[in-house]
Design a protein around this ligand. Structure first.
Ligand SMILES: Cc1cc2nc3c(=O)[nH]c(=O)nc-3n(C[C@H](O)[C@H](O)[C@H](O)COP(=O)(O)O)c2cc1C
Length: 374
């Protein structure tokens, strides 16, 4: 199902960007996890537009309501439904597109597939759909944090400005949140901010790369064939709008190395198997090896720009489109919490799958007899 992700920790998002609201239903969250509205709201505040001059000016508080599955601050084990009502929808901003297909947006492909589309705001193709994902991931974060897992994403590159002074093993949330571009390298962040402001004034947009680290993930998460951990991570983050590439560990740069340089040698540390380097990005054979999981995601320049662009309408007549409305000149600062969210959701799901396997292994241990039938 196209709006559902996960096997045991399962989420379904719903809602259009300019409809009454957006949200998510989470099925499979374990009971007795501590969960307050403020835990979810804090994550939505990092995702929402209107945070700074670098992002869309749409002014929405994105207040979350917990509709089901939580009582007295604890999850019940039943489906958790989270709802955010749309408040600052302005469909008139889109009326002037007059049914023209925005180049590199989802307008044409939705029409080609369904023969109809939610014209205002891109409907399900809008980044507003990710509210449900980020809200669900706040729940996943609560339960993974209790197990010692921490997931952080930050802006690594905007166009050609690359942040080099970042140690993924030590980066903190405070460093990421210290500036509006969410780049924990302050010198690079200042340059990125200047670039995004310049581009916004010209009515144009820029893209870049987000890096995400998951620390404290034990060895053993991931399935060996189709649900390899890196395959599920790639699918999850590539399901975010505007994504154009995925890398894990050494990624494409690793192809330039010889095996003798690229391999991660093993050693023992306090009775635990470790690797000296982490070019694998924490995953080998589709299964986590206990090192930090490190991925990178490429995001394109925002499709809707104020400059004139060649396009066509539904009838195939050629036209010129000049984007209006409130758009992100660079999606990366807001996409960082979204990438974190997708990684959290995948890890929560694989955590539960591994816990189920461990429980089955205990149940099937030699010497354990099946209960006798009476
Ligand atoms: C955080 C974020 C913010 C976005 N904001 C906008 C926007 O303001 N205007 C726009 O045209 N696209 C925006 N997008 C991208 C579109 O949603 C996306 O490009 C479009 O649905 C087409 O899908 P595709 O780029 O994956 O092919 C944003 C994406 C993200 C991740």
């Amino acid at each position: 199902m196209a709006s559902t992700l996960g096997t045991l920790f399962r989420i379904t998002t719903f809602g259009e960007s300019h409809g009454p609201g957006v949200g998510v239903v989470i099925d499979g969250c374990p009971p007795r996890i501590s969960l307050a509205t403020s835990d979810i709201q804090a994550e939505l505040d990092r995702r929402r537009p209107g945070q700074s001059r670098l992002v869309s000016a749409r002014a929405e508080a994105d207040h979350v309501e917990i509709v089901s599955g939580v009582e007295d601050g604890l999850t019940l084990g039943t489906p958790i439904a989270l709802l955010v009502r749309n408040e600052d929808a302005r469909p008139q901003d889109y009326a002037e597109f007059g049914g023209l297909f925005r180049p590199s947006h989802a307008d044409y492909t939705y029409e080609a597939k369904y023969g109809i589309r939610a014209v205002a705001g891109g409907g399900r193709a809008s980044a507003r759909e990710t509210i449900g994902r980020v809200a669900a991931a706040a729940v996943a974060r609560q339960f993974l944090a209790a197990a010692g897992v921490e997931v952080l994403a930050y802006v690594k590159r905007v166009e050609r400005i690359l942040a080099l002074a970042i140690a993924p093993g030590r980066v903190t949330r405070a460093q990421i949140e210290a500036n509006p571009v969410r780049c924990p390298d302050p010198a690079a962040a200042a340059k990125m901010i200047r670039l995004i402001e310049r581009v916004r004034k010209r009515g144009d947009s820029v893209g870049g790369v987000i890096e995400c680290v998951a620390r404290g993930v034990p060895a053993g998460l991931g399935e060996p064939v189709f649900d390899k951990l890196e395959a599920d991570l790639a699918k999850a983050v590539m399901s975010l709008p505007a994504t154009k590439g995925f890398e894990i560990g050494s990624g494409f740069a690793g192809t330039l190395l010889l095996g003798s340089v690229h391999n991660d040698p093993f050693y023992m540390e306090h009775g635990r198997v470790r690797t000296r380097t982490n070019r694998s990005g924490g995953v080998q054979g589709g299964i986590s090896n206990g090192e930090d999981i490190l991925i990178r995601v490429a995001l394109k320049p925002t499709a809707t720009i104020a400059l004139p662009q060649e396009t066509v309408d539904r009838a195939g007549r050629s036209a010129t489109l000049r984007g209006r409305g409130r758009h992100d000149p660079c999606v990366l600062p807001r996409a960082a919490p979204m990438v974190e969210a997708m990684v959290l959701l995948v890890l929560a799901d694989h955590w539960l799958r591994q816990a189920a396997l461990a429980a089955a292994q205990v149940a099937s241990r030699p010497g354990r007899r099946a209960p006798r039938r009476r």
